[in-house]
Design a protein around this ligand. Structure first.
Ligand code: PLP
Length: 431
């Protein structure tokens, strides 16, 4: 592996090094094989991309339809795959309010487009209505606007300036919230804006990650209720970034369904294209048809990506992946919570919905919480389980939705084994 890493690093930046050094030789269903043909259960889904399973036959067949046709790209000129997809996509979303889509290639473009739409629509009401509220600790992508909305200061310092119309408020972490959503929300606004801010005049939109990615942290329903009330009162648009959560990942088609409301805009990507670069914003005609949006890009809605999108929706429906994700997710989360009960000195929290979940580790003996997470990920990999090593105190679980109960049981055992090994290592040291 050292040699492989060296070979790649010769041509690529350090950020392209994975936390766990794994070479993917083959991926099929919910398994991956490394360069030594070690077969692993994949809990990454290639970072929430392969919801319908790796090397999915329906996906391959549909893409081949494009490859075998006499058309591979048509810029913004119309083509049949694009129409088939946009019609199917809007039907799949199934909400009156979300009746138009704009397709792109990467997630960060989608959140940028949402930022633009929220601002343009705000400024149409009054020129000063261009503020965007997002959350500390959330993630929306790596291009400038997306990065400025993301709540990680360390990643934005290089920009050298701050968009003074992008504001961050505190995320309702369970360890901060203490059950009072309304007070928490009001106080977090006051902390950022003071007591006399004119939200109606100055705020155009709120950008919400559907759940906070690194820890699979969902918002309490009450908190979202307060936020919706606030947005309505002040004529503010709500965007939900469904990049990780969309397309059946959380046991619903989209995570906004957990919160019993329909956002004004949703941003999708990752699992939307199952490996083909495909992302999109979905909203109403009223919001999308605004003058000055210039929503167009060279690869927008290209036939190959649209074909992939078609296969994704067909597979979600035909394989009943929404229900599968919900039921298997419930089973798996129960298992994680049992681990939390059995290893209270190592695991702080277990969170999740559907087939996305996380363990948040504690500092253990002289190991930092991040080192504990690293240890578990490395041990599990030795036992043929590839987990999402987030590079911080959490471990994430997001297998392809075609996984089965036996594979989940096997994985829970492997995680338990790694925790026992950690415990034994430190207990033996003490003696
Ligand atoms: C919630 C969320 N939004 C946006 C993005 C950016 O997507 P992409 O990496 O495709 O640009 C990501 C990617 O990790 C994400 O998790």
């Amino acid at each position: 592996m050292i040699n492989i890493e060296k070979k790649f690093f010769k041509f690529e930046p350090p950020s392209m090094k994975p936390n766990l050094k794994v070479f993917w030789k083959k991926a099929k269903g919910f398994n991956i094989w490394n360069e030594k043909n070690q077969k692993c259960i994949d809990f990454t889904s290639s970072i929430f991309v392969s919801n319908i399973g790796h090397s999915n036959p329906t996906f391959k067949k549909k893409i081949k339809e494009v490859l075998n046709s006499p058309l591979s790209h048509s810029y913004v000129y119309y083509n049949k795959f694009r129409f088939e997809y946009i019609k199917k996509l809007i039907r799949f979303v199934g909400r009156k309010k979300l009746n138009k889509c704009y397709l792109m290639s990467s997630g960060t473009e989608a959140t940028e487009a949402a930022l633009k739409l929220m601002r343009l629509n705000g400024q149409k009401i009054n020129k000063e209505k261009k503020g965007i509220i997002s959350m500390n600790g959330s993630w929306h992508g790596r291009t400038l606007g997306a990065l400025m909305m993301s709540g990680f200061k360390s990643q934005t310092n290089w920009i050298g300036y701050k968009d003074k119309n992008i504001y961050h408020i505190e995320f309702p972490y369970p360890w901060l919230l203490k059950n009072n959503s309304e007070t928490f929300f009001r106080k977090s606004l006051e902390k950022t804006f003071g007591k006399r801010f004119n939200y109606k005049k100055k705020i155009a939109g709120i950008m919400l990650e559907a759940f906070q990615g690194w820890g699979s942290l969902f918002y309490p329903e009450k908190y979202i209720k307060c936020l919706i009330k606030f947005a309505k009162k002040n004529n503010i648009l709500i965007t939900m970034d469904e990049m990780q959560s969309g397309f059946a990942r959380t046991g619903k088609k989209f995570a906004f369904e957990h919160y019993n409301f329909v956002p004004d805009i949703i941003c999708c990507g990752k699992g939307m294209g199952s490996g083909m670069p495909l992302s999109g914003v979905i909203t109403s005609s009223k919001i999308m048809d605004i003058q000055g949006g210039y929503l167009q890009s060279t690869h927008s809605a290209n036939p190959l990506s649209c074909a992939a999108g078609i296969a994704v929706i067909d597979e979600i429906k035909n394989k009943k992946l929404v229900n599968k994700s919900k039921n298997l997710g419930n089973f798996f989360l129960k298992g994680l919570k049992k681990l939390q009960t059995d290893f209270p000195n190592i695991i702080g929290y277990a969170f999740g919905k559907g087939l996305v979940s996380a363990l948040i580790m504690k500092k253990y003996k002289n190991l930092s919480s991040t080192s504990v997470a690293d240890f578990v990920c490395h041990e599990c990999y030795k036992n043929n389980i590839l987990l999402v090593n987030t590079g911080r105190e959490s471990i994430k679980f997001g297998p392809p939705l075609v996984i089965n109960k036996n594979a989940l049981k096997f994985s829970l055992k492997a995680i338990r084994k790694s925790l026992e090994k950690l415990q034994n290592k430190y207990e033996n040291k003490k003696r």
